[in-house]
Design a protein around this ligand. Structure first.
Ligand code: ADP
Length: 603
């Protein structure tokens, strides 16, 4: 009978091979199923008269891996297969070679799988180690283990991450203590020593610990002390926690609190801190001094109803700014306060801070000032009215003598004096009119009579009219103006504006040339009056447009300081603007811009 092929024999003896494997494996395996795919792959390969391919070996091996114990068990399996195949005589040499090659493929696959597993494992370990170091660094925490019999301290690797010291650098208690700050060292050493010697189970302290880079870390040390059966301390396991950052935050917070306290204690305004119910939890010395209350007088009751009765200040989330309130002092008297309230929501307390100032005096002074200004305006109004009547009469009388029918009989020398007197009286009339204007403009009675006006013509007329003043001032006045600069304005008021600017230029122009320029620019007309006189410091620019404000002493230059104020009000009423360019000693340029049609003027 022809000898069966190796694969046929394996099919027949499959059960026996598996059984033998189960028995011979140490320890014996209850289940042969995991290695069955290997046996089947081998059978198929031999049937096809080839060996199991290295690339395919991994597949049948997949399930078997857990059941095989590495390469040794593959050897056992191979031994069993050969034994069963050669029971009835040696295998043909090519078949034997195929079997050996197949097992070689299994071995390779197994080794590869093992390698892969090892690699994955190393990687996982490395990762977890890395995570550990990062965690330690983040937590700022390290462990030391002091073996009292060996007299050695073992540190966890995290000591390097936290303090910079290599793991074996602080291996004796002496070295450990050397790194504690000199101010803490004795206390820490003594604390540890007594804890160990007196049979205690724990120790804790907070101190500064020297890092390798020379800086100090604020740490909290804690240790557990272990004892043998006889009660002797044998081991101390401790931890150090880095609290440098917390300490610095605590310090900053304390500084902030101190600063806030200093500000509150020294403020001149009164301050109340209120809780969510509106009860005072703090009041500063100023609040005490102003109201006569101390904290104990106000505890347990809302401020509202006792110190003030303003509902807006009582609402916890209210924001109140500079509101006028009436406060009641402890003795029952009252005062007017300016109050501000801010919620303290950030702290989630529902409370608020109330700041107040006693403004009774300020109010009284304000009232007095208002009354004084009113009295002054009334006086100016009455005085100018009263002065104008006799002055006008006087002016008429003089004019009668210089120009009327009587003029012919008047001696030339007297006439000359009379003309001088007339000029002075005109000046007085002008001043009185200016004052009257102030009261009129102030009372809001600046009514415009708008009509078609040629600004260029108005300027030329005015320069003609002011020839006497120009001569007296000694300034040459040039006019640069187009033939026509038309617009709808109040002629009389505009005349007043140009007149004021021009007389100022003559008055403060130090006899140097004065230039008046008119320009038409689309819907706008510009009037510029420029002198080369004393000039005005920029710090005074805004002020001189206010009523009765002057930038010169009245000893050197006469005037009421109302001209520019009136100019400003008139220009504004006509929808225009005024600009000043000047510096001390550099002359002044006043520039008025007007829309060609004053507001409210029919086109
Ligand atoms: P007054 O000339 O009567 O003092 P104004 O209101 O016309 O009043 O002017 C206010 C102030 O502005 C003047 O007192 C003067 O200090 C300053 N000022 C006005 N015009 C000029 C100018 N052209 N050059 C220098 N200073 C001027």
């Amino acid at each position: 009978m022809a000898q069966q092929s190796a694969s046929q024999r394996l099919v027949e003896q499959q059960g026996r091979v598996l059984k033998l494997w189960q028995e011979r494996m140490a320890p014996p395996r209850p289940d042969a199923r995991p290695v069955l795919p290997m046996l089947e792959a081998l059978t198929r390969a031999l049937g096809a008269r080839r060996s199991v391919q290295v690339t395919d070996a991994g597949h049948p091996l997949g399930r078997a891996q857990g059941a095989l114990d590495g390469l040794k068990s593959v050897d056992v399996f191979q031994g069993i297969v050969l034994e069963v195949l050669e029971e009835e005589g040696a295998l043909a040499s090519d078949e034997r070679a195929l079997v050996l090659q197949s097992f070689h493929a299994f071995r390779l696959a197994l080794a590869e799988a093992a390698q892969r597993r090892e690699h994955a494992l190393t990687e996982a370990v490395a990762k977890s180690e890395e995570r550990y170091v990062v965690a330690v660094r983040a937590a700022g925490f390290t462990i030391w283990d002091w073996d009292l019999t060996e007299r050695r301290i073992h540190w966890s690797y995290s000591v390097e991450a936290m303090l910079g010291h290599p793991v074996d650098a602080l291996s004796s208690i002496g070295m450990w203590l050397e790194h504690v700050h000199p101010l803490d060292r004795e206390r820490v050493g003594e604390g540890l020593r007594s804890a160990v010697e007196e049979g205690r189970t724990g120790w804790t302290d907070a101190f500064q610990f020297l890092k390798r880079d020379g800086s100090w870390a604020g740490v909290i040390g804690r240790a557990w002390i272990m004892h043998d059966h006889a009660g002797n301390a044998v081991r101390v396991v401790g931890g150090l926690v880095d609290v440098t950052e917390q300490r610095s935050l605590e310090r900053k917070l304390a500084e902030q609190v101190q600063l806030t306290r200093t500000v509150a204690e020294n403020a001149t305004s009164g301050l109340f801190l209120l809780d969510g119910r509106g009860h005072a939890t703090y009041l500063n010395p100023a609040a005490s001094a102003i109201t006569g209350y101390a904290l104990e007088h106000l505890q347990g009751q809302p401020l509202h109803g006792r110190v003030h009765s303003h509902a807006a200040l009582h609402r916890p989330a209210a924001v109140v700014r500079d509101q006028e309130c009436t406060f009641t002092r402890r003795d029952g008297t009252q005062f007017v306060a300016s109050c501000s309230a801010m919620p303290l929501a950030e702290y989630d307390l529902g409370g608020s801070v109330l700041e107040f100032r006693d403004v009774t005096e300020l109010k009284r002074a304000e009232l007095q000032l208002r009354e004084a200004v009113q009295a002054r305006d009334e006086f100016i109004s009455i005085a100018s009215h009263e002065l104008r009547t006799p002055l006008t009469a006087l002016q008429l009388q003089i004019q009668g003598m210089t120009r009327g029918p009587l003029a012919g009989g008047v001696d030339e020398r007297v006439k000359k004096r009379l003309l001088g007197a007339e000029r002075s009286v005109s000046r007085m009339v002008q001043l009185v009119n200016e004052l009257l204007d102030v009261t009129r403009v102030e009372a809001g009675r600046l009514e415009l009579e708008v009509e078609e006006v040629n600004l260029s013509e108005l300027v030329r007329e005015l320069v003609d009219r002011l020839q006497t003043e120009i001569r007296q001032a000694g300034s040459a006045v040039t006019v640069e103006a187009p033939e026509r600069a038309m617009g709808r304005w109040d002629r009389r008021r505009l005349d007043q504006v140009i007149g004021n600017l021009l007389t100022n230029a003559l008055k403060y122009g130090e006899g140097k040339p004065v230039r008046v320029r008119v320009e038409v620019d689309g819907e706008q007309v510009r009037l510029q009056v420029r002198d080369q006189g004393i000039g005005i410091a920029p710090s005074q620019h805004a002020r001189i447009f206010a009523r009765f404000e002057r930038a010169v002493s009245s000893r050197h230059y006469g005037g009421f300081g109302v001209g520019l104020w009136i100019v400003h009000r008139v220009v504004e009423a006509m929808g225009g603007a005024i600009r000043l360019e000047s510096a001390v000693g550099q002359g002044s340029t006043f520039e008025v811009t007007l829309p060609v049609s004053a507001p409210g003027a029919p086109r």
